[in-house]
Design a protein around this ligand. Structure first.
Ligand code: LFR
Length: 500
């Protein structure tokens, strides 16, 4: 097709994907050409990402993209990269990577928020960055790395998608949506925050120049072309490099009155705004103001998401053998609802390991029945997620003044019919589910716009997603009272920023 195909590299916490997108006659088609595992590794007591394994997956994926799109010049029109947020690599003066990037779930950040807030009180930090207080934030990771010889030798810090982009093109830059996950960016000026960097003693020269989605990010290096069998030049285009930013572009909303929930390992629930909300009330509710594509703000809260269930499955599998997710979900659907719920926004569930026991403990601590088997535990997780979705969507609307009439669920969790239905019930609003690969849609659309294959602002891009897909709708059932009562059972446990 005219204009060629676009390769979206989308790196998630449990798998990476390379997806080929084409726009023909006002319809967008996506084809997954390569998928690979992302398995973190414990090395000497620290949890790391296997970054070279991921990079190899990207190269294999680009080769597969060439095989599908054609290897003649122009067949692959461009490449865009997005990944999970907050994690980074450090480069030395020669541009070499210093050590393997550390996983955000590593416990090195314990106590770091309190530490930083001695120098920069929580209120000021929020006014400067608008970020929710989550232990995973890059700021707290860098605070934990203070005094290390790696940080002393570092001349540049690159977030994960920017590091991949640097290896592919030889050009170092930081895309603004991924930069906005660090807690080192000022969302009002959209520039690095000198006072925040100063509070952890970071040299501002460590940060790469910022670029925006749609801008050129370089071209594949000759060695990369050779290894992937592609014919150059192949441009790399900056997209919403934060997967959640790309996923929000891929939300098929028909107007402004929507909330989104990007559900996968995490549930990211919130609204899209033109300007950040930096009020004290917003800080107390622990809402984040991450940046989106086309100058937008992603006003949202992180909810632990399907991580809770993934970790249960991992635990049960080491015990009594493999568990079929579908069978568990069927069992959970037959259970009475809202028997016991936990606070699915609580960082208490951040670390890996022993999840069924931790969920049971949370139920016990709040005087609720302890789930007795995997089906009951699954139901507890899904009810808790739906409840957290409800609380977050309602609070986001209230604190931002944005009217919400529809909830869009995108990402892997949009496949989970029970979760979608419970979310509709809990929110008392219709849920529209899909696309599952929203991040890839957003990634491809921003590239396609830069290449001139599509045009217009976010509403036009979203219309294209709508016209290219069959979406599932879930109407709310039942009344709101039972959800309000369930909310009262967990209230006060970790919902507010635990600081004055
Ligand atoms: C989702 C996500 C979230 C971010 C978390 C950690 O994949 O990018 O937005 O808070 O991962 O990076």
């Amino acid at each position: 097709p005219a204009g060629g195909a676009f390769a979206a590299v989308d790196l998630g916490a449990s798998s990476g994907r390379v997806i080929l997108g084409r726009t023909t006659d006002g319809v967008l088609t996506l084809e997954e050409v390569h998928r690979f595992e992302n398995r973190p590794v414990h090395v000497a007591g620290t949890l790391h990402w296997d970054i070279l394994g991921l990079y190899r997956g990207v190269l294999d994926g680009l080769r597969a993209a060439g095989a599908a799109a054609g290897t003649e010049p122009g067949a692959l029109a461009s490449v865009g990269i997005d990944s999970w947020g907050v994690d980074y690599g450090l480069l030395d003066a020669d541009g070499a990577l210093l050590g393997n990037p550390v996983h955000y779930r590593d416990d090195r950040t314990l106590g770091m928020a309190e530490e930083i807030e001695k120098a920069l009180p929580a209120r000021e930090l929020y006014a400067l960055t608008g970020l929710q207080r989550l232990p995973i934030n890059t700021l707290y990771q860098l605070a934990a790395a203070r005094g290390s010889s790696q940080l002393a030798a570092a001349r540049r810090i690159l977030l994960v998608p920017d590091l991949i982009s640097y290896w592919l093109t030889g050009r170092a830059g930081t895309e603004i949506t991924i930069a906005s996950t660090t807690q080192l960016l000022d969302p009002r000026t959209r520039t690095w925050s000198a006072p925040v960097a100063g509070a952890v003693g970071l040299d501002p020269a460590l940060f790469a120049p910022l670029r925006s989605p749609g801008e050129a990010a370089g071209e594949l290096l000759p060695g990369v072309l050779e290894e992937t069998g592609l014919a150059g030049p192949v441009p790399v285009t900056a997209v919403g490099a934060h997967d959640t930013a790309s996923a929000v572009v891929g939300v098929p909303a028909a107007d402004e009155r929507f909330a989104y929930i990007s559900t996968g390992t995490w549930s990211l629930a919130g609204v899209e705004l033109e300007a950040p909300v930096l009020t004290e009330e917003s800080r107390r509710a622990n809402f984040t103001n991450e940046l989106g594509v086309d100058g937008t703000v992603r006003y949202l809260r992180n909810i632990m998401g399907l991580w809770l269930l993934q970790e249960c499955l991992r635990d049960w599998e080491t015990g009594s053998g493999p568990y079929e997710l579908d069978a568990l979900l069927e069992g959970a659907a037959r259970m009475p609802g809202l028997r016991s719920v936990v606070d699915a926004s609580s960082p208490a569930f951040l670390a890996p390991g022993g999840m069924p026991a931790r969920l049971a403990e949370a139920c016990r601590a709040t005087g609720q029945p302890v789930p007795r088997d995997p089906a009951e535990t699954t139901r507890c997780v899904l009810d808790s997620l739906a409840l957290a979705h409800r609380e977050t969507v309602t609070e986001a609307a209230r604190l931002s003044g944005r009217e919400v009439e529809t909830v869009h669920m995108v990402g892997g969790g949009a496949r989970n019919a029970l979760l979608c239905q419970l979310t509709a019930d809990a929110c008392g609003l219709p849920v529209v589910a899909g696309p599952v690969e929203a991040a890839a849609y957003g990634n491809v659309l921003v590239q396609a716009r830069t290449a001139g294959a599509v045009s217009g602002g976010l509403p036009s891009l979203r219309r294209l997603v709508r016209d290219s897909l069959r979406l599932r709708q879930y109407a709310p059932r039942g009344d709101q009272a039972s959800w309000a009562l369930a909310a009262a059972r967990v209230r006060g446990h970790g919902k507010e920023a635990p600081c004055a």
